[in-house]
Design a protein around this ligand. Structure first.
Ligand SMILES: [Zn+2]
Ligand SMILES: [Zn+2]
Length: 646
């Protein structure tokens, strides 16, 4: 081969010869169409621009916007284009950093006046203009000192500060049009490659995330390989915003948080409390039906006990402690200990096993204030927690029953789910035999059901393997809910035993498990899943009565009392407001049935229910409506919940 040509080996094994000095982009023009859709590439394993000049033989692997790395490059390039637009419109703006992030990108700017929504529109228009000019991204490698001088000349103090901390002698700059940035790259070949982008929001952000530093203005945006993918994402964002449980929680008057109380502590308002109560009754019934026994443990337990269980050593940072009569106590972060003491309260024989103890246990865990998030991340929460103590040979059946339990409950709420099995981590306790037996029990229980699962090697707890169930909501987002964990430590530490068939003492196996997980978190997920429009069996108010005028009030009150007697969760809106206003409000509250009482209803002695979706039903008696609602609830819950759950 001549010294003027080079050989490129493509990902599919194809080899092609090109003249030396050709850019990768130019070379691609001579290839298949699929390769021409590349926006960047890997040359001998290193991510590079398509503008890279080819000097030697190499293997090349293309990147399109269909891959995550390709999308990151596209989005990061969009941040350069946005910064160029901002500099064109606001020449005094100082640029800081502009990375790609999950779902998009941002760039931080130091400006005198915060950006407005109108500014975003102008910046987007400027970006469109820059894109239409197909400006190439030129890479230039220069000595660090020269780069410092360049950015000093341009008044970019943040870039100078970054450069002063870079140890390398040479740095790379990228330029498109008159805009220069310090960057490692790679980027798209020219601005025209950005086909779909949108600026989404503005926020304040301290330089380097440190509140002692200057507050910068961060503009967030997103970009996709094509318009359709972006539209889909923007629609998802809008849906997620509409369903935000914090907003719906306020609008539907379900719960609140208060600075006076403290962060991460939920205050349930009447409607939120009823919702939670329905969930709890449902759960208690389902557990009792499956042979669990209800127990209640204390919130404060002596610190000595937490030391014995290992929580003090391994979990102290997340716990709250207090002192009573010079005795130290810990507030429980988990419900296990009281359940162990119940087991130990008398001699157990194999006939007592499996023992399934269930508690709606309220726990406190310290979470940093920065990670708290509505109901999804709180400091006080209640788990639907159970501990099963059984003989090793009973483990398989117990796990299978729990999986059936999870599947049935997820079906009632309309969630689909994924299962993961986590196996032994490097730092762990227990014998090889224990681990093998428990892991096999988890795997075979899932496999016997024919459920697909993912293996997470080495991600189990130090005390045993586990199954995690991630549910998928209406927007296809994944949430952690049920978990089933085997535990070899606690039975050991607390010396739990049972008398076997052989008359000898044996060690039981312990399983910790939750089905919904934290009630707070599950409620938050439910609110977003249903967008606040709860199915009738869960709705805090199932029907609301509104009158056309005060003339129908007596009749409305009688209907209200009758429905309440029949077990329907009913509300009477007897405020002296216009009918239209009351109807709109009932719709905002997403109440499943509305009864508008006018002269016609009074004359006929009946009620005319209207469904949330607008369907008007025939006039009927309160008894018929109660039967209708009861049937709807039973159908939705597979016969588990009707009226009168309260
Ligand atoms: Zn860059
Ligand atoms: Zn536990």
């Amino acid at each position: 081969m001549g010294s003027d040509s080079i050989q490129m080996t493509f990902g599919d094994g194809k080899r092609r010869v090109f003249p030396k000095g050709i850019s990768l982009g130019e070379a691609l023009k001579a290839t298949d169409e699929a390769e021409q859709a590349w926006i960047a590439a890997q040359l001998d394993g290193i991510f590079v621009d398509l503008n890279t000049v080819l000097e030697a033989d190499a293997t090349v692997e293309g990147l399109t916007a269909d891959s995550q790395k390709g999308l990151d490059i596209l989005r990061h390039s969009a941040s350069h284009i946005m910064a160029q637009a901002v500099k064109a419109l606001f020449p005094q703006a100082r640029i800081a950093i502009g990375p790609a992030i999950e779902n998009g990108f941002y760039y931080d700017f130091d400006v005198e006046k915060p950006f407005s929504e109108e500014d975003l529109t102008r910046i987007e228009a400027k970006m469109a203009e820059i894109i239409s000019r197909h400006l190439a991204f030129f890479r230039k490698e220069i000595p660090r000192e020269e780069a410092i001088a360049e950015f000093e000349k341009r008044g970019e103090a943040y870039k100078v500060e970054i450069l002063e901390e870079i140890p390398d002698a040479m740095v790379s700059l990228y330029q498109q049009g008159d805009f220069v940035d310090l960057c490692r790259g790679p980027h798209i070949p020219d601005t025209g490659y950005l086909k779909a982008f949108k600026l989404t929001s503005i926020a304040g952000a301290y330089w380097r995330g440190d509140e002692r530093n200057r507050m910068l203005q961060r503009i967030y945006g997103t970009a996709f390989g094509d318009q359709a993918a972006m539209e889909k994402y923007l629609h998802f964002l809008e849906e997620a915003h509409k369903r935000d449980h914090r907003r719906l929680g306020r609008e539907l008057d379900l719960f609140s948080f208060s600075d006076e109380v403290g962060a991460g502590m939920v205050i349930y308002h009447p409607k939120g409390a009823i919702l939670r109560h329905i969930l709890e009754v449902f759960e208690k019934r389902e557990h009792l039906r499956r042979g669990y026994q209800l127990v209640i443990g204390p919130t404060l337990l002596k610190t000595e006990l937490w030391k014995r269980s290992g929580h003090f050593d391994h979990y102290r940072e997340n716990m709250y402690f207090t002192e009573i009569e010079e005795q130290s106590y810990g507030i429980k972060p988990m419900n296990c200990l009281a359940h162990m003491l119940i087991y130990k309260s008398r001699i157990r024989s194999y006939r007592d096993l499996p023992l399934r103890l269930f508690e709606l246990g309220t726990v406190h865990r310290h979470e940093k204030s920065g990670v708290l998030h509505g109901l999804l991340r709180v400091r006080q929460f209640t788990q639907d927690d159970a501990h099963i103590l059984c003989m090793p040979e009973q483990l398989h059946k117990e796990i299978q029953d729990i999986i059936d339990f999870v599947i049935e409950v997820m079906g009632v709420f309309g969630f689909s789910y994924d299962m993961e099995i986590s196996t032994r981590p490097t730092k762990s306790i227990g014998t090889d035999l224990d681990w093998e037996r428990a892991t096999d029990a988890l795997i075979s229980a899932i496999e016997d059901k024919g459920i697909p699962y993912t293996m997470c090697e080495g991600e189990g707890a130090f005390y045993g393997p586990k199954i995690d169930v991630k549910l998928r909501d209406a927007l296809d987002r994944r949430w952690q809910c049920a978990t089933i964990q085997c535990d070899f430590t606690l039975p050991e530490r607390f010396d739990l035993t049972y008398i076997g068939v052989d008359g000898q003492r044996h060690r039981p196996v312990m399983v910790h498990r939750v089905i919904l997980g934290a009630m707070e978190r599950f409620l938050g997920v439910l609110i977003e899943h249903y967008a606040g429009a709860f199915p009738t069996w869960l709705a805090p108010v199932q029907t609301v009565i509104v009158t056309v005028s005060d003339a129908q009030l007596d009749f409305a009150r009688r209907a209200f009392e009758r429905l309440r007697d029949l077990g329907v969760r009913v509300e009477l809106d007897d405020r002296n407001e216009k009918l239209g206003y009351k109807i709109r409000e009932a719709q905002m509250q997403k109440i499943p049935y509305m009864l508008v009482i006018g002269d016609r209803e009074v004359a006929a002695g009946g009620i005319s229910p209207r469904r949330r979706d607008g369907t008007q039903l025939e006039m009927m008696s309160p008894e018929s409506l109660a039967m209708l609602i009861e049937k709807e609830c039973l159908d939705a819950t597979r016969g588990k919940v009707g009226l009168g759950i309260i």
